[in-house]
Design a protein. Structure first.
Length: 94
């Protein structure tokens, strides 16, 4: 499958947000997130490891935004802060 550069960037930002949530103990675990939303854990990890070959499901973005206050503008457009409240301006190039 041919994933666009924009699609790959969105996937990478999604997983940057996941890592920030884990790092700052705002998310219990990725496993808990996947269980709460009936997401296949192995599919989730495949998307993370292969953003150029696997498609990130848009509902995963919605879950992250609803559950943790992650900014959809950051995930989708790459603009602003990771969180809606204006915190965690983490560069993609870290």
């Amino acid at each position: 499958m041919n994933i666009s550069n924009e699609g790959i960037a969105i996937t990478k930002r999604f997983f940057i947000a996941i890592e920030a949530l884990k790092q700052y103990k705002m998310m219990k675990s990725v496993r808990a997130f996947t269980l709460a939303h009936n997401i296949n854990y192995w599919n989730f990890n495949t998307v993370k490891k292969n953003p150029d070959k696997s498609v990130l499901k848009p509902e995963w973005i919605a879950y992250l935004c609803e559950d943790y206050g992650v900014s959809a503008d950051y995930i989708i457009l790459g603009k602003g802060f990771i969180y809606k409240d204006g915190t965690f301006n983490i560069s993609e190039n870290r």
